[in-house]
Write a protein that binds this ligand. Structure first.
Ligand SMILES: NC(=O)c1ccc[n+]([C@@H]2O[C@H](COP(=O)([O-])OP(=O)(O)OC[C@H]3O[C@@H](n4cnc5c(N)ncnc54)[C@H](O)[C@@H]3O)[C@@H](O)[C@H]2O)c1
Length: 278
């Protein structure tokens, strides 16, 4: 049964009028390029305008249309401004928003300052809330739209020494699930992307204690089971199919199944394993 009207909005990744946050690097850049390949026009928003501009140049090399805008997603007024400017740059209403901007944060709970928590919450959780808050009304008005929120396997894995990051990503998952149910009747699709390791600049750009930041970056670059390009393609395909969750890698699926099969056993397993690496 197709719960969505036939068109427009039937294949949200095709000819999208899109906004991608954190589009200057990694997964966000890959989303922007893939949308351009699918005939879309993309507003590339990033706190780093130069990086967003580089993505636009890559889009233009593909023969696509892109626009760079500076935006700190943690600041409500800047995301509001993004929603207004995006429509005027695109010349048409926005049909897809990808709330992707995010930062990495690790460390034992007692090592994290409240400032660390606030930084992580602001970008990873408030950034997504702001994106949904300012784009959903327009989607409702036009009768269709689509949202991809970039969560993480951290939305459900609860790995030790990642408390702040885990909390933000669990929030992204809860918001996405709620909006999927709440906005389905309005013909607005939601997908939440929950990958494990993807080789990007997230460790270099993040805040991790020196004792394991080198190791984490090495793991990301050498042991990731996918690429940002593959993740972007898969997520857009799943959005087109009206699916809510994207867990791109085998380990992401495995953790998902373990957690759901027995949450208590899973928590014990984590605690037990953590003792051995400490
Ligand atoms: N790389 C991974 O292994 C991985 C795994 C799971 C989830 N994720 C999530 O994927 C998303 C993208 O991360 P990535 O891996 O591509 O990292 P990345 O560091 O390569 O890219 C993140 C981009 O976000 C931008 N950014 C940072 N703070 C911002 C802000 N306040 N406002 C606007 N833009 C801002 C950065 O300038 C950068 O261009 C994040 O939400 C991250 O949590 C990444």
């Amino acid at each position: 049964m197709n719960l969505f009207s036939s068109s427009p909005g039937d294949k949200p990744s095709r000819q999208a009028k899109a906004v991608v946050t954190g589009a200057g690097s990694g997964i966000g850049r890959s989303f922007a390029l893939e949308l351009a390949r699918r005939g879309g026009a993309v507003v590339c928003a990033d706190i780093d305008l130069e990086a967003a501009q580089e993505t636009v140049t890559l889009i233009e090399e593909l023969g696509g249309k892109g626009f760079a805008l500076t935006c700190d997603v943690g600041k409500a007024a800047q995301v509001k401004n993004l929603s207004v400017k995006a429509q005027s740059l695109l010349g048409e209403p926005v049909t897809l928003v990808i709330n992707n901007a995010g930062v990495g944060m690790g460390g034992k709970f007692e090592e994290l300052s409240l400032k660390d928590w606030q930084w992580c919450m602001n970008v990873n959780l408030w950034g997504v809330i702001h994106g949904c808050h300012y784009f959903v009304p327009g989607f409702k008005q036009q009768g269709y739209g689509a949202i991809i929120n970039v969560g993480s396997a951290a939305s459900y894995t609860a790995a030790p020494e990642m408390s702040a990051y885990n909390v933000t990503k669990a929030g992204v998952m809860a918001l996405s699930e709620t909006l999927s149910a709440e906005l389905r009747k309005d013909n607005i699709r939601v997908n939440v992307l929950c990958p494990t390791l993807v080789p990007t600049n997230i460790i270099k750009n993040g805040r991790l204690p020196g004792r394991y930041s080198g190791m984490a970056d090495h793991a990301l670059m050498n042991y990731a089971m996918t690429t940002s390009e593959a993740v972007a393609k898969l997520t857009l395909n799943r959005l087109d199919k009206g699916l809510l969750y994207t867990t791109p890698q085998v380990d992401a699926k495995l953790f998902w199944l373990m957690k759901r099969a027995s949450p208590s056993l899973y928590a014990r397993f984590l605690g037990f394993s953590y003792r051995f690496v400490n």
